[in-house]
Design a protein around this ligand. Structure first.
Ligand code: ATP
Ligand code: MG
Length: 447
């Protein structure tokens, strides 16, 4: 992109005396605002993830949203959907650096791990959450800014860590109450095994070149494995009959794969071997997997991952094995919504009704104590002159979803009391409570 610094735009002379109303700006296509109450469901999911990661001893890593373009070109592979057509890349017009909004986070995690020499004292288990950017056609479950949560274990070569990560994801589905998610599993073997398979695959595809679409023809010699991932139904028969990578795996690769499967079997996690599962990035080897649902149409993959033992070296680090996955937050929430099991947004515990502004000092003091004790309190705030009528305050209190109202009326305050009123269970019931007992009384009412 070239510099877009424009010369001083000579302003059009304003004809009417009134300034023209500025045209409202809207968000970029495919990039969404997240508003309450839906944002509470995101927080709910994020809390679940934080708890789960802590219990598995995975620690949080936060990397920049912008990285050097070269990181993704080197890390993901040049002949991938992401690098070929989905990246938001631009030149920093101040210093000419080539930058990209991260389309995924694994490459950045690896860069950070190498840059900070994090593996010097052994393997690391990490997780992240955050926005990713891909220029795709926006539709349900596919956005240009979307969010991933990912887990990565770096520095561990063994199949037990592959299994740990898969089980971690499966546990998350359980804790979120996700249904109808199935696990698909494959092994991509090692580079030499892939090379042998690649030759057989190209030979097979060449004998059916008439059936291949343009993209497949283009990838026939650059990245034939990716052709197996095609969504073009016309090519399915050819792809189905193609030589399977799994038949080219040597003893060590098979042993690794079998060890992963054995732990999954022993843990009661079911899976389907999908020999065509290859994943979008070039960096994977050995174990690859996806969690898939049929309930979200063609955006059915909610989580994908695998082993990437060569990526660290590829971005300039000392060779070290690694494995990880990433889930799509929008798709997981969409699936929960589809099931009808997304938690409802909850209101505050207490709504503080303030008939007159003169009560505010007592109101602040009282509700601050409630908040310190962990209760959530929404204070009424005036919308025009003064605090507003009692009627409008009660309407707001009801609308807030609060369980209880505390009414700081002048007469009661003069006696050192407030009125505590139920807004939900036994709505209408009310009692006068001495100010000194408010915290205990409210707490008792809330259980
Ligand atoms: P797809 O085949 O659906 O394009 P992908 O293989 O490109 O997915 P990954 O790069 O493996 O996806 O990303 C991991 C997860 O992130 C996906 O399984 C999906 O849940 C989510 N995801 C990927 N791209 C998008 C997007 N554009 N919008 C929303 N979620 C996405
Ligand atoms: Mg994609």
């Amino acid at each position: 992109m070239t510099s877009e610094l424009t010369p001083n735009n000579a302003a059009e002379p304003v004809k009417s005396s009134k300034p023209a109303k500025a045209q409202a700006l809207t968000a970029v296509k495919g990039m969404n605002d997240l508003l309450p109450p839906a944002s509470a469901q995101w927080e709910w999911l994020e809390e679940k993830v934080r708890g789960l990661m802590a219990r598995h001893a995975y620690r949080n890593l936060r990397t920049p949203i912008v990285e050097p373009t070269a990181l993704f070109v080197r890390g993901l592979g040049e002949v991938t959907d992401i690098v070929e057509k989905e990246m938001y890349s631009f030149e920093d017009r101040l210093n000419g650096e080539q930058l990209t909004l991260r389309p995924e986070a694994t490459a950045g995690v690896v860069r950070a791990v190498v840059e900070h020499n994090m593996l010097y004292d052994g393997g690391k288990r990490l997780y992240y959450m955050g926005p990713m950017f891909r220029h795709e056609r926006p539709q349900r479950g596919r956005y240009r800014q979307f969010h991933q949560i990912g887990a990565e274990a770096l520095g561990f070569p063994g199949a037990e860590v592959d299994a740990e990560l898969i089980l971690l994801a499966a546990t998350l589905w359980q804790e979120l109450g996700l249904e109808d998610v199935r696990l698909e599993l494959n092994s991509l073997g090692q580079p030499n095994e892939r090379a042998a398979h690649r030759m057989a695959l190209i030979a097979h595809l060449e004998t059916h070149v008439d059936v291949l679409d343009e993209e497949a023809k283009r990838r026939l010699h650059s990245n034939p494995l990716r052709i197996l991932d095609t969504k073009n139904p016309a090519m399915h028969a050819v792809v189905e009959a193609a030589p399977k990578l799994i038949d080219f795996l040597g003893e060590a690769s098979l042993a690794h794969f079998n060890a992963v499967k054995a732990i999954l079997d022993a843990s009661g996690v079911s899976y389907r071997i999908n020999p065509r599962l290859v994943r979008g990035m070039d960096y994977y080897n050995l174990t690859v997997f996806e969690f898939v649902t049929d309930r979200l149409g063609s955006q059915g993959t909610i989580c994908g991952g695998g082993r990437y033992d060569y990526l660290i070296e590829q971005v300039g680090g000392k060779p070290a094995p690694a494995v990880g996955w990433a889930l799509g937050v929008e798709r997981v929430l969409e699936l929960l919504k589809e099931q009808g099991t997304l938690p409802e947004a909850v209101g505050p515990d207490v709504y503080a009704i303030v008939p007159d502004a003169s009560a505010l000092p007592v109101v602040f003091k009282t509700i601050q104590t409630l908040r310190t004790q962990g209760m959530s309190v929404q204070m009424h705030a005036g919308a025009g002159e003064g605090m507003g009528s009692m009627k409008s305050q009660f309407k707001k209190a009801d609308g807030s979803g609060a369980q209880l109202a505390l009414i700081f009326g002048g007469d009661e305050l003069a006696r050192g009391e407030v009125i505590l009123k139920s807004l939900r269970d036994g709505a209408g019931a009310q009692e006068a409570v001495p100010l000194a007992d408010v915290t205990a009384r409210v707490a008792a009412k809330l259980v």
